[in-house]
Design a protein around this ligand. Structure first.
Ligand code: GTP
Ligand code: MG
Length: 321
């Protein structure tokens, strides 16, 4: 291991001249942080000699102070993990104190259950101070279904005592027109995340384009391959920038399935594998505004359920008015 050096741009890395820099950028690596998460194979594929690729990645990793093969270093990385409040204390408790940075959280449920509402609320909450459960950063909202509503942000910001204009300024919304565009947006995101101190990356919803474009069995493998690449990218961004990543997902009705929820998230095992935390949202029948969240998969939390409310003010606890 050499002495740790600071590199601010990819051109500052050793052996990275203008043509290598272009190759890196074309692959979506615009920052030293994201180069640190690249694999040698990826860079070789882009036409960078293997030895050079290895050296570039090693140097970049010194910047984020991580050796990915060492468990002790991984443990150190876990120590940096922070939690973002959802707005509901009950929901926070369900997931161990809030949504954690550096992994992907999946919100899934039927139409109108409040997945996008939670995403809006998180865009506001991420701007709060650490003491208030925020991450003192901005949000990037990749919007595939035209779900983003600035007026909802205004309502939620006012309720939390924040200046709505300032809150809106710190939310970058990127409409995604098809699955390739959606992937491209994420490939270009590293620089935007770094420049704007983004601490929350949302993809709402992650599957809708993939689902409508890749129809039929013969396209399924291709779809899953692309989806895997997309989520892998998101996972890496969340890790290097210590940000919260949230994807929303629809459910297919499937009575008597093994989740016994009468519903099943689309996207198959790829999303299941990439999501560290999966939260199933459903309506509480006969109780307008009330929602039930169920923690389905979490590596370090027991399964469980909680109740919260969606109101004009946003995501709040059941008893809060
Ligand atoms: P899909 O994207 O269609 O799968 O649904 P979703 O899960 O994203 O649902 P969304 O987050 O859009 O939630 C819509 C629901 O939130 C509505 O049915 C309302 O119950 C509630 N909601 C949305 N806006 C408001 C509001 O301004 N006030 C109140 N009280 N509730 C709202
Ligand atoms: Mg939605």
């Amino acid at each position: 291991m050499g002495v740790k050096r600071e590199y601010s741009d990819i051109e500052d890395l050793p052996r990275v001249g203008p043509s290598t820099a272009t190759k890196l950028r074309n692959m979506g690596f615009h920052t030293v942080e994201s180069v640190a998460m690249a694999t040698v194979e990826e860079l070789v594929e882009a036409g960078i000699p293997e030895k050079t690729a290895r050296m570039i990645i090693d140097e970049a990793r010194k910047v984020i102070r991580v050796e990915f093969l060492q468990a002790s270093e991984l443990l150190k990385l876990r120590e940096n993990i922070r939690k973002l409040t959802t707005g509901s204390r009950a929901l926070d408790e369900l997931v161990g104190g809030g949504l954690e940075t550096s992994t992907i959280t999946e919100l899934f449920g039927e139409f109108g259950t409040g997945k996008s509402q939670i995403c809006h609320q998180l865009c506001v909450n991420v701007q709060l101070s650490y003491e208030e459960g925020g991450l003192e950063g901005g949000a990037l909202y990749i919007d595939t279904e035209n779900s983003f509503r600035p007026n909802r942000i205004v309502d939620m910001a006012k309720y939390r005592g924040l200046d709505p204009d300032k809150v809106l300024e710190n939310i970058l919304v990127a409409p995604a027109y098809n699955s390739d565009h959606q992937m491209l947006l994420l490939e270009k995101a590293d620089e935007i995340i770094k420049k704007n101190n983004i601490k929350l990356v949302i993809i709402d919803s992650v599957m809708s384009h993939f689902r409508s474009e890749y129809l039929g069995r013969e396209l399924l493998a291709r779809r899953q391959q692309k989806l895997n690449k997309h989520l892998h990218r998101l996972e890496r961004l969340a890790t290097v920038f210590n940000a919260v990543a949230v994807v929303t997902n629809q459910v297919m009705s499937r009575p008597n399935d093994f989740f016994s929820m009468g519903a099943y998230p689309v996207g198959g095992h790829i999303i299941a594998h990439r999501s560290h935390t999966r939260i199933f949202i459903r309506k509480a029948h006969g109780k307008p505004g009330l929602r039930i969240a169920r923690l389905v998969v979490s590596l370090d939390r027991p399964e469980g359920e909680c109740v919260f409310r969606i109101t004009n003010e946003g995501v709040i606890d059941e008893e809060e008015v």
